[in-house]
Design a protein around this ligand. Structure first.
Ligand SMILES: Nc1ncnc2c1ncn2[C@@H]1O[C@H](COP(=O)(O)OP(=O)(O)OP(=O)(O)O)[C@@H](O)[C@H]1O
Ligand SMILES: [Mg+2]
Length: 281
């Protein structure tokens, strides 16, 4: 299987095809090839991946290091070449390299401090997308950025500091504010808690879950850790060697893994960590 589209629709519900059935995010038969400098030719990191994410849905994408998770989302974000395949937002085909598309997709990455300009305050960095996309006065942008930072639990005092002057958790909260400040429809998270202390991980996961439910965001959540995905995601797709090898509800993937590779991933996680958001353990 190479597809993370649900057989009964993106949100897992069968029924008539009204607007709410159209996935917010749909990737169809995506392929990402990189030039292989040593061997010559090309190396295919993503090999025909299809996935859908419905409104308010969180889809987990798990798999071992190097299987192509980041390449898949980099293709969605226009940061890696989509050599084949299509990206649709709200059912309409779009070019991932189109800057207007980027304003509809927020992204959060693993290393929060590294994703900020070290010389600028967190507030300036969060206000930057507003300057680019909304214009308005500096005071208005600051007010809007501070409100977004407040929403994710960053005080004005912290917001006026530079990335190295706050904790990793505060920095990742600010990164979330920067990703959501334009009110995107889609939030892509690439290992957003792997660099954080375990106690902070839980807080950030709760925050992401709140944002998803409050704003009805479609979320694509990448992790190598099935247990982390199980706390947040409705459905999970398992990736191996550039392909999606299994997809299902997170509870099914956690309780009844089908593919040999998923079983291997599953067995590497202590069972008590599988506290899925559907209540299964
Ligand atoms: N810019 C690039 N040029 C060439 N090869 C690349 C490039 N980026 C990634 N790759 C290769 O593509 C494959 C997939 O990498 P990718 O970063 O997508 O994996 P991943 O699943 O995100 O891994 P991790 O869990 O370690 O972040 C790897 O073999 C990697 O070495
Ligand atoms: Mg990665």
């Amino acid at each position: 299987m190479t597809s993370a589209t649900s057989p009964v629709g993106a949100t897992g519900s069968a029924g008539s095809a009204d607007a709410s059935d159209v996935p917010v995010l749909e990737l169809v038969d995506a392929r990402v090839r990189y030039r292989d400098r040593q061997e010559g030719g090309y190396f295919e990191a993503v090999r025909g991946v299809s996935l859908t994410v419905g409104r308010g849905e969180a889809l987990g994408l798990v798999g071992e290091s190097g299987c192509g998770k980041s390449s898949t989302i980099r293709a969605i974000l226009g940061l890696a070449p989509l050599s084949e395949g299509r990206l649709l937002i709200d059912g309409v085909a779009v070019d991932p390299r189109d800057r207007a598309v980027r304003s509809r997709i927020g992204a959060i990455f693993q290393n929060p401090a590294g994703s900020f300009n070290p010389r600028r305050s967190l507030l300036d960095s969060v206000a930057e997308p507003l300057r680019v996309w909304r214009g308005g006065s500096r005071a208005d942008r600051e007010r809007a950025a501070l409100a977004e930072l407040d929403r994710v639990g960053v005080t004005e005092l912290m917001a006026r500091r530079r990335p190295h002057e706050v904790s990793g958790g505060q920095c990742q909260r600010a990164a979330i504010a920067r990703a959501t400040v334009l009110g995107p429809e889609i939030l892509i998270c690439d290992e957003p808690v792997s660099a954080l202390d375990v106690s902070i991980q839980a807080q950030v996961l709760v925050l992401l879950d709140e944002l998803r439910t409050q704003a009805g965001l479609a979320m694509l959540f990448i992790s190598h850790d099935l247990a982390v995905v199980a706390t947040l995601c409705d459905r999970t797709a398992v990736m191996n060697a550039g392909e999606i090898v299994e997809v299902g509800t997170t509870a099914d993937i956690a309780d009844r893994p089908q593919h040999a590779y998923t079983k291997l991933l599953h067995d590497s996680v202590p069972s008590h960590l599988f506290l899925t958001n559907s209540g299964s353990s």
